[in-house]
Design a protein around this ligand. Structure first.
Ligand code: NDP
Length: 236
């Protein structure tokens, strides 16, 4: 496999950072975005972008295209949580989580597919979550945004499948990052008791699955939702 142009949104920490490290280790040209324009692993090009701002995304893509060619593998990973029970959840909280996680992926993918359609090849991977199908108390905003990504991937598969572009979803369970470090011990204990694997996962375990989906070996997989959750979401 030749060195591909890979772009990962939110690659300065957590799962995005591990994704970038792994694709670099495979010999790919890797760019990551962060809102500060800083961070990311050694060997990655870090560009500044906020997925809620289409102009900043456009600038980031232009920089990536100049440095490493048009994006061949896109991983829409940037995401936030803002947990609150439904009765207390404000419109702002719902809208900002959906705007980052779902609308942000829409904006990023829309910008990326121009180049992919020209080349008649591409790999799109959307980072959803086990809660998209399982549901989670206090995460009506987050689960809605992550469920939306599944509809997005499947519609994109129908639109772009004949053009050599695959779109898949990864639905992680509990991965140890800054995002999950905010959960209180009671919630962590509760999750752990429900995970057949009996442990939480490392970000690198998500990265290896993404690498498979981006590889030639996965050329006939599209519109799939791949769980990386130790069995937590089984049956969904
Ligand atoms: P982190 O909180 O560790 O990192 C989130 C990343 O998203 C950061 O790089 C952050 O960049 C970026 N980001 C947030 N908002 C924006 C924005 N508006 N524009 C651009 N970038 C933004 O999260 P994780 O690594 O844990 O999660 C990564 C993805 O995986 C998320 O989509 C998350 O929902 C999903 N996921 C995570 C799970 C887990 O257990 N950790 C489980 C299931 C899904 P910045 O530094 O600029 O804030």
């Amino acid at each position: 496999m030749t060195s591909r142009s890979v772009l990962i949104t939110g690659g300065n920490r957590g799962i995005g950072y591990a994704l970038a490290e792994h694709f670099i280790s495979l010999g790919d040209k890797v760019a990551v975005t962060s809102r500060s324009g800083e961070g990311g692993p050694e060997g990655a090009l870090t560009v500044k972008a906020d997925v809620t701002d289409p102009a900043s995304l456009d600038e980031a893509f232009a920089e990536v295209e100049k440095e490493q060619g048009s994006v061949e593998v896109l991983i829409a990973n940037a995401g936030i949580t803002d947990d609150q029970l439904m009765l207390r959840m404000s419109d702002d909280s719902f809208e900002s989580v959906v705007n980052t996680n779902l609308n942000g992926a829409f904006r990023t993918v829309k910008r990326a597919i121009k180049g992919m359609m020209r080349k008649k090849q591409g790999r799109i991977i959307l980072l959803s979550s086990v809660v998209s199908l399982l549901g989670s108390p206090g995460q009506v905003n987050y689960a809605s945004s992550k469920a939306g990504l599944i509809g997005m991937a499947r519609s994109l598969t129908r639109e772009l499948g004949s053009r050599g572009i695959t779109t898949n979803v990864i639905a992680p369970g509990y991965i140890e990052t800054e995002m999950t470090s905010q959960l209180d011990d009671a919630r962590k204990k509760q999750y752990l008791s429900q995970i057949p694997a009996g442990r939480f996962a490392a970000p690198a375990e998500v990265a290896k699955v993404a690498a498979f989906l981006a590889s030639d070996d996965a050329s006939y997989i599209s519109g799939a939702v791949i769980p990386v959750d130790g069995g937590l979401g089984m049956g969904h």
